[in-house]
Design a binder for this molecule. Structure first.
Ligand code: MSP
Length: 510
């Protein structure tokens, strides 16, 4: 088995502080990274910031600070947010990092030298006050979408990437690698909307602003957006440097997770750049949907979001993580609202998980002074059903995770927890406790519950790590390895559980 796993998020524009939409991709990638680590993979999880461009330069100018100061502030805020969300990235790449700058310059030069980049004329619609280029479709009523003023047609010297040359090779690659693009529907979208009508060469430099990486052999140009941004996946690993151990170890990337709006760049432009560089292509690009509020994508410009830390402060980090992972079927759009977050937290985290752990530990403390033993007094039908569910959990979750059906993976764990709650209702330990003769049966029941909780928690660690650690502490187990959950009975009989503490307070709403 290939034991390395390289997973990435897009690098986000630090034009404003990050919102729950950015958290969405980052938490999902984090859960995947943690899950793979749990399985024993050597994981490299990359995220970062895409810091160049005219928009950021303008924002900084409006604020009266340099672009570098501007992005420094936002990046430091983003790192704080990722820390609060328990994001376990291995590297945070910034496109202003010297290593990245040099790498992009080398890539650009190489592509130019071999004829994949050429100099031409860029024709576009330009808004002079905003200093921005627009395409016909971006205009609103024929005017600048930002300020509403008239645009003029201009043309400037620019470099272009020869996408057209690689069109057939790309189609061939799609066909011989059916798992390259997921969900599958996005592959047809790319083929029918962009590739089959004919790929246009892509403009990859600008002379109209200077907050970017200079083209090394023609310094009035800066590298424009996509060669700069996409190359982060290589530069972060030390590609084209003397210290390229990471590159040799982790490339090709196993999984790029991106929002659907930038799928095109990751499944057309990026593979073509890599083909031109003669590098192997990423194994998979997954295009997910958006979190939306009232039908609109969450975004700074729409002003429809709060700082995600407000939710973390109010409801806890794992309420936010769990919502993101569970609420939306990965690939589709999903609704975000505070009330939906509250409902999820109450229905699943407080009622199912919190309640189960609390009741189980409470009973063990009450009836056995904290120590139970697997006495093996089984009710065949009832117990075997539960035990089978517990021991098959690992494989079920694995199948879903392999298909990137994250929400289903999480829900399957909760199915076991639901079954445990039902098992308590069915076996009624409080009745058994009344008669000393039932002592061993009662001990077995509570042991079974404890073991199911342990098994579920080993897996939950990938999704809601802080809560998982609290549960491990409360049930007092050291047996937390992934390999320990295929068989039933890993919980250490005679360990003394700790005091039951509430994991998730029910959130009361008006
Ligand atoms: N800088 C480029 C990406 C370059 S990658 C080589 C960019 N940045 S961005 O700041 O606009 O972030 C885009 C990514 O943020 C999306 O692809 C998506 O992953 C995530 N999201 C931003 N808003 C989102 C939602 N409302 N919902 C879900 N994801 C969202 O494009």
């Amino acid at each position: 088995m290939d034991k390395k796993f390289y997973v990435t998020t897009p690098i986000y524009y630090p034009s404003a502080n990050f919102h729950i939409g950015h958290c969405y991709t980052t938490v999902i990638a984090d859960a995947i990274a943690r899950y793979k680590r749990l399985m024993g993979y050597d994981v490299f999880y990359l995220t970062g910031a895409d810091e160049h461009g005219q928009k950021i330069q303008k924002k900084a100018c409006e604020t009266g600070i340099s672009p570098q100061e501007y992005v420094d502030e936002i990046v430091s805020d983003a790192k704080d947010l990722w820390k609060r969300l328990n994001i376990s990235y291995d590297k945070f790449i910034r496109t202003t990092d010297q290593q990245h700058v040099v790498c992009v310059q080398k890539i650009f030069k190489k592509l130019y030298d071999q004829g994949d980049i050429y100099k031409g004329q860029y024709k576009g619609l330009y808004c002079t006050p905003c200093e921005s280029f627009w395409t016909e479709t971006q205009l609103v009523d024929g005017r600048c979408p930002d300020c509403g003023r008239e645009v003029i047609e201009v043309s400037e010297e620019a470099y272009f990437l020869r996408l057209s040359k690689y069109q057939d090779k790309l189609i061939e690659y799609y066909n011989s690698n059916p798992d390259f693009i997921e969900p599958k529907s996005r592959k047809n979208e790319m083929l029918n909307n962009f590739i089959k009508p004919g790929l246009e060469d892509l403009c990859v430099s600008r002379t109209s602003f200077d907050w970017g990486i200079p083209v090394s052999f023609d310094e009035k140009h800066v590298v424009y957006v996509w060669i700069d941004a996409l190359s982060n996946y290589l530069s972060a690993l030390g590609y084209l440097t003397e210290e390229d151990t990471l590159f040799r170890k982790y490339w090709p990337c196993d999984l790029h997770i991106v929002g659907k709006e930038i799928m095109r760049f990751h499944t057309i432009v990026w593979p073509i750049i890599l083909m031109a560089l003669n590098l192997p292509l990423p194994k998979k690009v997954f295009g997910h949907g958006w979190l939306v509020v009232d039908g609109d994508k969450i975004s700074k410009s729409l002003g429809n979001y709060k700082d995600p830390r407000e939710y973390i402060d109010k409801y806890g980090v794992d309420a936010v993580r769990y919502f993101i992972l569970r609420e939306v079927s990965f690939g589709s759009d999903g609704l975000f609202s505070e009330s939906a977050l509250i409902n999820r937290t109450n229905s699943d985290l407080a009622n199912i998980l919190g309640n189960l752990v609390n009741r189980t530990i409470g009973m063990i403390n009450k009836y056995f002074d904290g120590v139970v033993e697997n006495k093996g007094v089984l009710d065949k039908e009832l117990d075997n059903k539960l035990i089978n569910e517990a021991t098959s959990l690992k494989d079920k979750v694995h199948e879903y995770m392999d298909n990137l059906e994250i929400s289903k993976a999480v829900d399957t764990i909760f199915e076991l927890l639901r079954s445990c709650n039902k098992y308590i209702d069915d076996t009624m330990p409080w009745i058994l406790a009344k008669d000393e003769n039932n002592h061993d049966r009662l001990s077995t029941i509570l042991y079974n519950l404890l073991e199911c909780i342990r098994i579920a928690t080993v897996l939950l660690k990938a999704f809601i790590p802080e809560t998982a650690d609290k549960i491990f502490h409360q049930i007092n187990t050291q047996n937390t390895a992934y390999d320990s959950i295929s068989n039933f009975g890993g919980y250490e009989s005679y360990n003394k559980v700790n005091k039951a503490e509430v994991l998730f307070q029910r959130i009361e709403t008006k």
